[in-house]
Design a binder for this molecule. Structure first.
Ligand SMILES: NC(=O)c1ccc[n+]([C@@H]2O[C@H](COP(=O)([O-])OP(=O)(O)OC[C@H]3O[C@@H](n4cnc5c(N)ncnc54)[C@H](OP(=O)(O)O)[C@@H]3O)[C@@H](O)[C@H]2O)c1
Length: 312
């Protein structure tokens, strides 16, 4: 009998990627039935999932009573939570959401929880970068899951390649050249670039095909570590447009960001210089798991080639 995979964030980037990858995988598409969780079953992304044969359930991570039915009968669960600065909810809500789902997963006897986690930046930087709450709260959720003795794998997604396009970080000048500006040194920061739309699903497939090998582990998910200088050099190579990286003073960088999140996002960037987005963690185990599943991460050049029209 097929096992039940329940996916949180199913209408979003990471959860949507997981569902597409499982449906496309010859083995997992047979071994799993998929249940998607949303707060709004009437939205277009939710209806598209139904058209693909996915079961849809309504639940809210902020409402424990709504979660029990959503998770009931689940064998494998994918969980992604959202930063408080994104939801606009009270500080600490991201942790509460993760804890609420972990609690019902434990009570429902979920056999494998795959959590989209990140490192604790305050700890990894010895207190030098204490404001990257959206990393620290995910690390707190991971710690909580481990304390509950839930069988789990922690996929840590790297720096989204789509940040550069969705947030329009690559600025076109009057002369047609492109500039990326950031607070880190162009050849010292190391960005572990990750294409979430397709690659969260790949990493999930690699983990779900081989749960016993990945239980309890942190998998750092990214194609490679890229300096900002390499980001722009490869941009120039693929698009044929002149491109440069410019390092900004911290206060100038913050002046471009809404004040309530400026310090958090500044420290998020500084993290990439020291102690590192994954605190120096290697990407090789994730690449090995992908290769075993016949998969490979999307490189920055491949991503740019798929976006070439945007920079024509
Ligand atoms: N940007 C980066 O470089 C980067 C790097 C690493 C990690 N991350 C992390 O990635 C995460 C974002 O993931 P994403 O890109 O997949 O986000 P997304 O596309 O915005 O999707 C968010 C999903 O969460 C669901 N959701 C939101 N609140 C919910 C609630 N209260 N109860 C149930 N479901 C809820 C939404 O579903 P409905 O609206 O349908 O309910 C939606 O499917 C963030 O935590 C961020 O910190 C980002």
């Amino acid at each position: 009998m097929a096992k039940l995979l329940t996916v949180f964030g199913a209408t979003g980037v990471q959860g949507g990627s997981v569902i597409r990858a499982v449906l496309a995988d010859p083995a997992l598409s047979k071994s799993f039935k998929i249940r998607a969780v949303t707060r709004d079953a009437s939205k277009a992304a939710a209806k598209e999932l139904v058209e693909k044969g996915v079961e849809l359930v309504s639940a809210d991570m902020g409402s424990p009573s709504s979660l029990a039915d959503a998770v009931n009968g689940t064998d494998t669960l994918f969980l992604v939570t959202l930063p408080d600065f994104v939801t606009g909810l009270a500080p600490g809500t991201e942790f509460e959401h993760g804890k609420n789902v972990a609690d019902v997963a434990r009570d429902a006897g979920v056999q494998h929880l795959v959590f989209s986690s990140l490192i604790n930046v305050t700890d990894a930087s010895n207190g030098r970068l204490p404001h990257v709450a959206h990393f620290d709260r995910k690390a707190d959720i991971e710690k909580y899951i481990r304390s509950q003795d839930i069988q789990a794998t922690f996929i840590q997604p790297g720096y989204y390649m789509t940040n550069f396009t969705n947030l329009q970080l690559l600025r076109k000048g009057d002369d047609g050249s492109y500039t990326l500006a950031g607070p880190t040194h162009g050849s010292k920061a190391q960005l572990p670039l990750f294409y979430p739309d397709s690659d969260m699903g790949k990493y999930f497939v690699a983990v779900a095909r081989n749960p016993s090998q990945t239980m309890g582990k942190q998998i750092h998910a990214a194609a490679d570590y890229y300096t900002p200088a390499r980001v722009m050099a490869e941009f120039q190579e693929v698009t044929g447009k002149k491109a440069q990286y410019v390092q900004l003073d911290h206060d100038v960088y913050k002046s471009f960001i809404p004040p309530p999140i400026a310090q958090e996002l500044l420290e998020n960037e500084l993290l990439c210089e020291d102690p590192g987005f994954f605190a120096g963690g290697s990407l090789s185990e994730g690449h090995r798991l992908l290769a075993e599943a016949g998969l490979a991460p999307t490189t920055w050049k491949e991503f740019l080639e798929s976006q070439r029209e945007a920079f024509a």
